[in-house]
Design a binder for this molecule. Structure first.
Ligand code: PLP
Length: 432
C-alpha cells in the first residue's frame, strides 16, 4: 500500500524545483517561521492513521505520544478517533489537553511514580499496564486510598528478539521491560487477590522500527496462548495490547506490509477472543514530518567537506543516538544538473557525535542553503534538549495551503529564567 508523501517538489517557471509541504513552500515557511523548523503535514498524519484504521477497523489505536507529543498532532489524531499510549504523567497531561478521550488512554512504562498513578486513576483512563510486582502493589495501595479499582493489564516480556537497534529493542529477556512470561500467571492471581485492582487485559511491546513481521508473529502467538490460559483460569482478559513498533522506510528498508501486519493481529485477537489495542507511534508520525535547516558555513578541509547547519543533536538526536540514516535533500534544486560533492552535515554543538548525516552526495552547498531532513516527525522534536544552551526548533503544521505555528520558539530568558543563584550569591552579580 503506497501512502502519499506530502513533501514534494513543485516546478517553477524557470525550470527550478522547490520542495513543498502539501501546498506550502518550504522556502516560504523558513522565511516566515525561521530555522531550524519542524514541519508536519496534517494530510500525512490523517492518511497514515486512517490506513491502519482501515485494515484494523475493530482495534483501538492508541497513538504513542512519545513519538511526537505536540498537542496539535495529538489533537489531529484524537479528532479521527485515536486514543493515546502515554509513558509519563507529562504525556498523560498532554493527551488530555489535546482532547483524547480518557477512556482511550493506556499508561505504559517501567517506572510510574505514585503521583503519576494517582493522576491516571483520577483521570479514569482505560488501563494501566503493569511492569513489575512492586508497581502492582503500589497501584493497589493508591487505588484503595482513593476508593477506586484500577483497570490493569500486565505487560509481558515474551523474550522475542525484534531484530532492531539495541537501544529500541524491548522484548528480550535481558531488556528492562515487562514481566517474564513465566511469572505472568502468578501476577494475575495476585491481581485477583488485591481489592484495588481489576484485570482487563494483557499487553506487550517488543520494540520499535521493526522491519520484519516475524518477531511480531512470534510474540503475538505467545501472548494469545497466555491469554487463553489466563481466561481458562478465570481471569478477565478483555483486550490484547500488542504495542507499537511498525517500522518505516528511512533508507530503502522494505516496510512491513500493512495488510500482512493486520492479518497477524486480527488472527491473534480472534483466537484469544479479545479486543485489540495498538500503540503505533513512528508509523504515524515519522514520515509526516521533516526538519528544515539552513547551512551556516561550508568548511572544506583536506579530509572532508563539512556543511555546518543550524540544527544539531539537541534538535534531532536520532543520528547521534542510533546512528540513524535520514534522507537529506536540498529544498531548492536548479534546472541544470550539477556535479555532486560528498559532505558531512553536522551541527554547531561541541561534540564530534553531533552530526545529522555523513558521506552524502549532494549538489555543492553554501551558506544559506536550505535542507530538508526527511522522516523526522517521530522521535525528533520529542527528544530535543537544551544542550549548549540552544533553544529547541520551532514547529509548524501544514494542511493544504494553510499553515500555523504549533510550537513557538522559546526565548533565552525562558531558558535561563528557571535558574537562580544560591542565596549566598545574591549580591555577587552587578546589574548590567
Ligand atoms: C515507544 C512505545 C510505543 C511506540 O513505538 P513505535 O515504534 O513508535 O510504534 C508503543 N508502546 C510502548 C509501550 C512504547 O514504549
Amino acid at each position: 500500500m503506497q501512502i502519499i508523501d506530502p513533501f514534494n517538489y513543485i516546478n517553477d517557471n524557470d525550470g527550478s524545483r522547490h520542495m513543498h509541504a502539501e501546498g506550502v513552500s518550504l522556502n516560504f515557511l523558513a522565511t516566515k517561521a525561521g530555522t531550524p523548523l519542524y514541519v508536519y503535514s496534517y494530510q500525512a498524519l490523517t492518511e497514515r492513521y486512517n490506513t491502519l484504521k482501515k485494515v484494523l477497523p475493530d482495534s483501538l489505536i492508541c497513538y504513542s505520544v512519545k513519538a511526537n507529543g505536540n498537542i496539535s498532532i495529538v489533537n489531529s489524531l484524537a479528532q479521527l478517533g485515536a486514543g493515546a499510549d502515554v509513558v509519563s504523567g507529562g504525556e498523560l497531561k498532554r493527551a488530555i489537553t489535546a482532547g483524547v478521550e480518557t477512556k482511550k488512554i493506556v499508561f505504559s512504562g517501567v517506572g510510574k511514580t505514585e503521583l503519576e498513578m494517582a493522576a491516571a486513576l483520577s483521570a479514569n483512563i482505560l488501563q494501566i499496564n503493569i511492569e513489575s510486582e512492586p508497581e502492582l502493589e503500589l497501584l493497589n495501595k493508591i487505588s484503595l486510598e482513593k476508593g477506586v479499582i484500577a483497570p490493569v493489564a500486565v505487560r509481558v516480556n515474551p523474550d522475542v528478539d525484534a531484530n532492531t537497534h539495541d537501544k529500541i529493542s524491548t522484548g528480550r529477556q535481558e531488556d528492562k521491560f515487562g514481566i517474564p512470561y513465566k511469572d505472568a500467571i502468578y501476577l494475575y492471581s495476585k491481581i485477583k487477590e488485591l481489592k484495588g485492582l481489576e484485570s482487563v487485559g494483557l499487553a506487550t511491546h517488543i520494540g520499535s522500527q521493526l522491519i520484519s513481521l516475524e518477531p511480531f508473529r512470534k510474540a503475538f502467538k505467545k501472548l494469545t496462548q497466555l491469554a487463553l490460559t489466563l481466561k481458562t483460569s478465570g481471569h478477565n482478559i478483555r483486550s490484547l495490547d500488542f504495542g507499537g513498533g511498525l517500522g518505516i522506510n528511512y533508507s530503502g528498508e522494505l516496510e512491513p506490509n500493512i495488510n500482512d501486519y493486520a492479518k497477524i493481529i486480527k488472527a491473534a485477537g480472534d483466537e484469544a477472543g479479545c479486543q485489540v489495542i495498538l500503540e503505533p507511534g513512528r508509523f504515524i508520525a515519522g514520515p509526516s514530518g521533516i526538519l528544515l535547516t539552513r547551512v551556516i558555513y561550508v568548511k572544506r578541509t583536506e579530509a572532508r567537506t563539512f556543511a555546518i547547519v543550524d540544527c544539531a543533536m539537541n534538535d534531532f538526536m536520532r543520528p547521534t543516538l542510533y546512528n540513524a540514516w535520514h534522507k537529506v535533500e536540498l529544498v531548492s534544486q536548479q534546472k541544470n544538473k550539477v556535479d555532486t560533492e560528498t559532505v558531512d552535515i553536522v551541527g554547531p554543538i561541541c561534540e564530534s557525535g553531533d552530526f545529522i548525516a555523513k558521506d552524502r552526495d549532494l549538489p555543492p552547498l553554501s551558506s544559506g542553503t536550505l535542507l530538508s531532513i526527511k522522516d523526522a516527525g517521530a522521535y525528533g522534536a520529542s527528544m530535543s534538549s537544551y544542550y549548549n544552551s540552544r533553544l529547541p526548533a520551532g514547529e509548524v503544521i501544514v494542511s493544504g495551503n494553510e499553515w500555523d505555528i504549533i510550537k513557538k520558539r522559546q526565548s533565552l530568558e525562558d531558558l535561563i529564567g528557571l535558574e537562580n543563584f544560591a542565596h549566598w550569591q545574591k549580591n555577587s552579580v552587578k546589574e548590567q
